[in-house]
Design a binder for this molecule. Structure first.
Ligand SMILES: Nc1ncnc2c1ncn2[C@@H]1O[C@H](COP(=O)(O)OP(=O)(O)OP(=O)(O)O)[C@@H](O)[C@H]1O
Ligand SMILES: [Mg+2]
Length: 257
């Protein structure tokens, strides 16, 4: 086995270590508001190790708000966010990253005036050793050869799909146990979107648990193991992804057409 693969195997066994049978993430009665306007009204959900969980629902239902609360960008007004048995609700975003959660946000947000290399390095800002940053970068480039070819290019000059890969790659630089992806296929061609979903499968196969928000429900359900359906700030259903895929009527009943 070559060195990179060995490192990856070691990394995966770290990721999958922990108590079997207990959720990686649990939201208990989560309430979140923007100023005085409530956006989440008591969300309960669980994510088990190794799952890809999709959050689906209409525009404005609260999917992004959920991810922002988990990643520490928004403080819950009530309820709990429990990650690997520890309550993390209200922790600052950098502390959440240090716990093992990384988010690739809805708006992509790569730093346009920085190179691909520099953007990736920023994703490992909590990691002190230069050699370790290089090792992680090597793994990301192995997974995204297209980024490797462009490693000195300014991020702002990348195509939409390449920027999306960079945003995901940067999130992976913190070697998260849980990866939060908000609309990773937004604005991409169907072919690029399929590529991104293939990456999600691959990342998951290497031991990373994923929470995925997607407008493209069919793509989301084809990657996900389970899905939670949102409606106006609440979870109204939870189903196996395959079950929803096989039952378009059920799906359209939840999603309103
Ligand atoms: N910065 C904000 N300030 C005030 N209200 C907000 C803000 N961001 C979101 N909201 C409101 O919170 C609610 C949930 O929004 P959220 O972005 O979580 O929805 P979503 O499910 O991600 O929708 P979409 O599929 O359109 O991305 C909406 O009513 C929205 O208008
Ligand atoms: Mg959203």
């Amino acid at each position: 086995m070559n060195a990179v693969l060995e490192q990856r195997e070691a990394h995966v066994s770290n990721l999958t270590a922990g108590e079997p049978g207990s959720p990686v993430l649990e939201l208990r009665d989560l309430h979140v508001s923007y100023g005085r306007t409530a956006a989440l009204h008591g969300v309960n959900l669980r994510v088990m190790p190794g799952e890809v969980v999709a959050l689906i629902g209409a525009n404005g239902a609260g999917k992004s708000t959920t991810l922002r609360a988990i990643s520490g960008l928004l403080k819950p007004t009530r309820g709990e966010i429990v990650f690997q048995g520890r309550s993390i609700g209200g922790l600052a975003a950098d502390r959440v990253v240090a716990q093992g959660i990384a988010q690739s946000p809805e708006e992509r947000h790569v730093w346009p005036a920085m190179t691909v290399d520099e953007n990736l390095s920023m994703g490992a800002y909590l990691c002190k050793g230069k050699a370790e940053v290089q090792r992680r970068m090597g793994l990301v480039y192995e997974r995204f050869p297209r980024l490797k070819e462009r490693h000195r290019q300014l991020a702002g000059t990348l195509s939409g799909g390449e920027q999306q890969m960079l945003a995901i790659g940067r999130a992976l630089m913190s070697e998260p146990r849980l990866l939060l992806l908000d609309e990773p296929s937004l604005g991409l061609s169907p072919r690029m979107a399929e590529e991104v979903f293939e990456f999600v499968r691959e990342i998951n196969a290497h031991g990373v648990t994923v929470m995925l928000v997607e407008q493209n429900v069919h793509n989301a359900l084809s990657v996900a193991t389970r899905a939670y359906v949102y409606e106006t700030g609440r979870v109204v259903a939870e189903r196996e992804a395959s079950r929803l895929l096989e039952d378009p009527e059920l799906l359209s009943a939840y999603l309103g057409g």
